[in-house]
Design a protein around this ligand. Structure first.
Ligand SMILES: Nc1nc(=O)c2c([nH]1)NC[C@@H]1CN(c3ccc(C(=O)N[C@@H](CCC(=O)O)C(=O)O)cc3)CN21
Ligand SMILES: CC(C)C(=O)C(=O)O
Length: 292
């Protein structure tokens, strides 16, 4: 999407009408947010994938509101032109509608432009309440990682007609309730295409094929920083090798005394080192006198 003005919900909806693909990527800190914004993405997702790719947690279930507030604020400090979508972590929106709205408000106060919740049909009450509060909501259907225990792992969904129908209903009801966009994760491609044709708001896909209004990837997967990425993640660069190589070079230079080189250290003012020597001598003498 061209232009330099802040991307809003209106831009996102217009992109679908114009047939322009939407580009979304995750970021969790200020420098990364700055870089992906300079690269011209439309939306930055401060995803709860944070837990797995940054914090070393076993799944997204351990991510807290405090984590999401802190990292959303870090991304917002980059003041990106891209829309910032803050992910609602596990147990921040399920227990009650009012808790969901309050927690979404915290993410907006931290600098998010919108929030994302995992779910469709079962969360229309939450989507409607957020809309009432003026909080743009992105829904998320198909594989919803916060429900991986119920789903039986991180697997491709919508492979049967019955499961496909359920996912399509999820997306339709989320759109009907007022979601401004819908993430469609790891479904059979036909399911994503059907949803994209049937709803007015954009579909942002991950692992669900090309017949979508946009795509989203986890930045660590795209950069080659994930040891075992999901099968649908494309690695555009092997940053892991680049980082390892740079740190190995640094370690070699420290151990061989090549670092720091002459142009990278600085001395005292002229004559000050001689004056320091005298001061140190005088101190030594005074110590001797005190002991004697
Ligand atoms: N680095 C990263 N990238 C992601 O896209 C991502 C995360 N983390 N964490 C949160 C969710 C979890 N996602 C995932 C995670 C794993 C598979 C995966 O490896 N699927 C395997 C089967 C694994 C299994 O059965 O346990 C597959 O081949 O389908 C898919 C999506 C997508 N999201
Ligand atoms: C994988 C994407 C869509 C996500 O929800 C996340 O990064 O948390």
């Amino acid at each position: 999407m061209a232009g330099r003005e802040k991307i809003t919900v209106r831009h996102i909806l217009k992109a679908k009408q114009r047939g322009e693909k939407l580009v979304m990527v995750t970021a969790y800190d200020t420098p990364t947010a700055r870089l992906v914004d300079e690269a011209g993405v439309d939306m930055i997702l401060v995803g709860d994938s944070l837990g797995m790719v940054v914090l070393g947690l076993p799944s997204t279930l351990q991510v807290t509101m405090e984590d999401m507030v802190r990292h959303t604020a870090a991304v917002a400090r980059a003041q990106p032109r891209a829309m910032i979508v803050g992910d609602m972590p596990f147990m921040s929106y399920e227990a009650s509608v009012s808790e969901a709205v309050r927690n979404a408000g915290r993410l907006l106060a931290a600098g998010a432009d919108a929030v994302k919740i995992e779910g469709g049909s079962l969360y229309t009450d939450v989507i409607k309440a957020m809309r009432r509060a003026g909080i743009p909501v992105m829904a998320h259907v198909g594989l919803t990682p916060q429900k991986h225990k119920l789903l039986g792992g991180y697997r491709l969904v919508g492979k049967t007609a019955e499961e496909a129908l359920e996912i399509i209903r999820d997306a339709e009801e989320a759109a009907e309730a007022g979601a401004f966009a819908i993430v469609v994760e790891f479904t059979a491609w036909e399911v994503a295409r059907e949803i994209t044709r049937r709803i007015q708001v954009p579909t942002i896909c991950i692992g669900s094929g090309p017949y979508c209004d946009g795509q989203v990837l986890v930045i660590h997967d795209l950069l080659g920083l994930t040891p075992t990425p999901p099968p649908f993640a494309k690695r555009y660069v092997d940053l892991a090798s680049i980082i390892r190589g740079a740190v190995e070079a640094y370690a070699r230079e420290v151990r061989s005394s090549q670092f720091p080189a002459q142009d990278m250290y600085w001395g005292m003012k002229n004559g000050e080192y001689q004056r320091l020597q005298k001061l140190l001598e005088r101190e030594n003498q005074e110590e001797h006198e005190n002991q004697g």
